[in-house]
Design a protein around this ligand. Sequence first.
Ligand SMILES: *[C@@H]1O[C@H](CO)[C@@H](O)[C@H](O)[C@H]1NC(C)=O
Ligand SMILES: *[C@@H]1O[C@H](CO)[C@@H](O)[C@H](O)[C@H]1NC(C)=O
Ligand SMILES: *[C@@H]1O[C@H](CO)[C@@H](O)[C@H](O)[C@H]1NC(C)=O
Ligand SMILES: *[C@@H]1O[C@H](CO)[C@@H](O)[C@H](O)[C@H]1NC(C)=O
Ligand SMILES: *[C@@H]1O[C@H](CO)[C@@H](O)[C@H](O)[C@H]1NC(C)=O
Ligand SMILES: *[C@@H]1O[C@H](CO)[C@@H](O)[C@H](O)[C@H]1NC(C)=O
Ligand SMILES: *[C@@H]1O[C@H](CO)[C@@H](O)[C@H](O)[C@H]1NC(C)=O
Ligand SMILES: *[C@@H]1O[C@H](CO)[C@@H](O)[C@H](O)[C@H]1NC(C)=O
Length: 383
Amino acid sequence: MVSAQSMMATALACLAFSVAPVAATTYSMVKEYYGSSFFNEWTFYNNYDNLTNGDVTYVSAQNATAYQLAYVDTATNHAIIKVDNTSTVVYDNKRNSVRITSVDSFGVGSLWVADMYHVPYGCSVWPAWWSQAPLWPQGGEIDTFEGINTNTQNQMSLHTETGCTAVSQNQTSTLVASTNCSYAANSDQGCIVTDPSTASYGAGFASSGGGAFVTEMASTGISIWFFQRSQIPSSLSGNGSIIDTSTFGVPVANWPSTGCNIAQFFQPQNLIFDITLCGDSFTADGATWNSTCSGICYNNWVMGNGTDYNNAYFEVGYVRVFSTEGTNTVVSPTTSASGSSSTTSGSSTSSSSSVGLIHGGFWMTATVLVLVGLFSSALFTLA
Ligand SMILES: *[C@@H]1O[C@H](CO)[C@@H](O)[C@H](O)[C@H]1NC(C)=O
Ligand SMILES: *[C@@H]1O[C@H](CO)[C@@H](O)[C@H](O)[C@H]1NC(C)=O
Ligand SMILES: *[C@@H]1O[C@H](CO)[C@@H](O)[C@H](O)[C@H]1NC(C)=O
Ligand SMILES: *[C@@H]1O[C@H](CO)[C@@H](O)[C@H](O)[C@H]1NC(C)=O
Ligand SMILES: *[C@@H]1O[C@H](CO)[C@@H](O)[C@H](O)[C@H]1NC(C)=O
Ligand SMILES: *[C@@H]1O[C@H](CO)[C@@H](O)[C@H](O)[C@H]1NC(C)=O
Ligand SMILES: *[C@@H]1O[C@H](CO)[C@@H](O)[C@H](O)[C@H]1NC(C)=O
Ligand SMILES: *[C@@H]1O[C@H](CO)[C@@H](O)[C@H](O)[C@H]1NC(C)=O
């Protein structure tokens, strides 16, 4: 027997569900980039950096292998993605580096984990682990990890069309530099959250054994967790194919759907690793550059024998992608129903992914400086 009252309650619950979906917290693994097959399903950019104007040539897959700039270390099974640190670069030439984009993309309801032991750092070095949709800014961009020079903290951000803002953020970081995610606002700095942990970037990341970056793109919001190695939750370290984000605690950065309709502003994301050198008003910008480095970015760092780049590498344990349990959010170019030829999936991924940029250069340092100021005054107040 079902009472009218409970039927009414059920009907209301269903209505509520259809209007505002409850956060899904359980995900199952649908894709793994790991070990000897790590590099199998990525497109190498194979062009000089015409996206952020850095002083690098992003090599082809063939040259990445030939020059050992993207390879799997057979001793550890870790993937290495690096800047050339063995060639001498003379004036007007660029230094070789790597930019790779996943062939598949991953829709709303996805979560991805990058387990890393080392991230690139050093003067002139600008690395990122991020994602974007082929159509930018329409399909959105999520910057999970972005660092610069010898800074010590990871910077996270979203970039979207106008209408997406960061409100009611339920996150551990209080370092919020900007809340308008629109590419048209504030010179496309995005809505930025900085990780307070100095284990989240640079030498501090490496010395604590690295860690895991988790990016959740749910209809209820986008969240990023960073766990340094000693704090990786058991459902991740245990290698399980099912994970439950409700066991992860409050994320370090969070953009709830309250201020940003995720389904409207985000389309399936291609995952990207890249490392550029100098480039767009970033290291070249006086404030950014001078906050941790000196000299002239290209002349004093990129040129020369490359020993300055011994730390300019990603060492990746694995990248795994999960879908909300019971769904499959993987979008493969070969299975997409576009009707056009799908045999050039690799190159179409490459060309489409070249549309967007990773942004926020100037603002990142502005943020860091402001935060340093805040910290200093906080310390001053305490003292
Ligand atoms: C970058 O270069 C590639 C290869 O020449 C080209 O397809 C792409 O349109 C260029 N992108 C920009 C933003 O100039
Ligand atoms: C590899 O690098 C060499 C030397 O820089 C260049 O001439 C060649 O075009 C590259 N090959 C590919 C396939 O990118
Ligand atoms: C965000 O920036 C865009 C572009 O400048 C602007 O149109 C919009 O009103 C801004 N949103 C908020 C909430 O300020
Ligand atoms: C995790 O999975 C990889 C293969 O995906 C396997 O090689 C490794 O041994 C596993 N680690 C643990 C702790 O089970
Ligand atoms: C913030 O998130 C945590 C779990 O991630 C949840 O327990 C808590 O209720 C949330 N707080 C608010 C104000 O939504
Ligand atoms: C760094 O600061 C010095 C001294 O203020 C200035 O001369 C120099 O131009 C700045 N560097 C850059 C790249 O702007
Ligand atoms: C590389 O160049 C730097 C600066 O010019 C120099 O100090 C260093 O000894 C060189 N290293 C090698 C291995 O040639
Ligand atoms: C280049 O960097 C790697 C670490 O990424 C290091 O093992 C190697 O010794 C460096 N090569 C030179 C010539 O310094």
